[in-house]
Design a protein around this ligand. Structure first.
Ligand code: NOJ
Ligand code: NOJ
Length: 445
């Protein structure tokens, strides 16, 4: 008996000890700007390493190099599109013809691979969320279809097509990216036809868990159609342009219905059909991601009052939820996917903060700084500082070599789940480019 009590005490002591020892220490952090400069180079390099790595066919973007627990060595349509969108931005920012050529050729392989994906047999057609690194559709049990994929892919390829047209590459665009022919024979056209005819159907959300009607999915579908209509006009396909615009307009009514005036919150999902049924708050960082990736013009932009109220709720919820957010002396707040989340990468023991969610909050603050840069400078600076806090929060959790995984352990602050998540690096770059722009706008004043 006594021995048992002793054993329990010792065991308890040891586990507290090891927990404390394992807690990420609060070190002196580099100032945000210095870290950002270093981390930008690292993120570009790490992101590029996950495009067509050894053992994959050209055009593949692996979600992570990790092959087990969890196995992310596959091409997710969503992750790949978001990453290649950043590659397009890298192209636009390139300093030399050689560098431009590097990104252009990756985009070309991605477009070819995407068209092959569209034409291969898949359980749910263009809504198929994942392809193997040899180009075959993933056929294991999964939440499918995921209809944000074709929309995100169309957005990325349409932005690139516009740039190719500016550069006189019309023949390539017409042959490979967009031609008016029906049934569609080009990658963008096929995606736009799919989106414009299927946006009203339920599909699985970006977290692959709930089938229903999602704010994120519809926001990116709408943007794909808006950008697609402009491209169709430019390539003399006016009937298609008209149809895409009509569908974009029709989508707005459905998207608007996600605002819940009594809760003062944009609801992530309506009309749930199947899948996870425990997301009672309907509060999800997916809503902010929908704004970041789906907003055009004034439609649900960063400073929309509905967006601001939802974001405020998100921050409050995660601040209370994660033990790591109760530590003093750490900048900012670590943000997860949604409060009821249980997916920890290797198990379902409870949700964690995510790198890409925390950086989405940073990006939102920088967009707000841009909004105020021309008017209330003080306000703009405050948003800039708020953004830096989220960036510094990621800095605090990042591995010393700058590598970023998918998640941050909510207890000890170490990186967990898939290592070198490509989307984590993409989200870092989009956030800091928004920061760069806000700083430039402030300087011009
Ligand atoms: C893997 C998905 O990628 C993740 O988002 C989800 O939470 C789990 N499966 C559980 O469905
Ligand atoms: C799980 C995430 O929930 C999903 O959004 C993502 O596409 C996959 N992991 C791959 O990164």
């Amino acid at each position: 008996m006594k021995l048992q009590v002793f054993a329990i005490l010792i065991f308890g002591f040891l586990s507290v000890q090891s927990h404390a020892a394992k807690m990420r220490e609060i070190k002196q952090l580099l100032p945000a700007e210095a870290w950002i400069a270093k981390q930008t180079a690292i993120s570009i390099e790490k992101l590029a390493e996950n495009i067509h790595p050894a053992g994959t066919v050209p055009g593949v973007v692996v979600a992570s190099p990790q092959r087990a627990n969890p196995d992310y060595f596959r091409h997710w349509i969503r992750d790949a599109a978001l990453v290649m969108d950043v590659v397009f931005d890298l192209h636009e920012r390139a300093q030399s013809p050689k560098e431009r050529q590097r990104w252009d050729s990756l985009l070309k392989s991605y477009a070819t691979f995407s068209r092959e994906n569209q034409m291969s047999y898949a359980l749910t057609g263009l809504g198929e969320p994942i392809f193997e690194v040899n180009g075959q559709a993933f056929s294991g049990p999964w939440g499918r279809p995921q209809n944000d994929g074709p929309a995100l892919r169309a957005i990325t390829l349409t932005r690139w097509a516009q740039s190719l047209l500016d550069r006189g590459e019309k023949a390539y665009v017409l042959t490979h990216l967009y031609s008016s022919a029906l049934p569609a024979s080009t990658v963008i056209k096929a995606d736009l036809e799919y989106v414009s005819h299927h946006w009203g159907a339920s599909s699985f959300d970006l977290w692959e868990e709930v089938r229903g009607q999602h704010f994120f999915t519809m926001m990116v579908q709408r943007r794909a159609l808006v950008l697609g209509a402009d491209l169709a006009d430019r390539l003399k396909d006016p009937q298609a342009a008209k149809w895409y615009r009509q569908q974009a307009k029709a989508l707005e009514a459905r998207i608007d219905s996600h605002w819940d005036a009594s809760k003062q919150q944009i609801l992530a999902t309506l009309d749930r059909v199947e899948g996870a049924d425990y997301k009672h708050s309907n509060l999800d960082v997916a809503v902010l991601l929908g704004v970041l990736h789906g907003s055009t013009g004034n439609y649900f932009k960063a400073n929309d009052g509905r967006v601001l109220l939802t974001v405020e709720k998100l921050v409050k919820a995660f601040k209370n939820l994660y033990p790591i957010n109760h530590r003093s002396g750490v900048p900012g707040v670590a943000i997860g996917r949604y409060p009821e989340d249980i997916y920890a990468g290797t198990n379902f023991d409870g949700g964690n903060p995510w790198v890409l969610s925390t950086l989405a909050l940073a990006q939102h603050c920088y967009l707000m700084a841009q909004e105020h840069a021309g008017g209330n400078q003080k306000q703009a600076r405050r948003w800039l500082e708020a953004g830096d806090e989220f960036v510094q929060r990621v800095q605090y959790h990042a591995n010393p070599d700058g590598s970023l995984s998918e998640q941050i352990n909510r207890h000890n602050g170490y990186m967990v789940s898939a290592r070198d998540l490509t989307w984590s690096y993409a989200s870092f770059l989009t956030a800091v480019w928004a920061r760069e722009k806000s700083v430039q706008m402030l300087k011009q004043k």
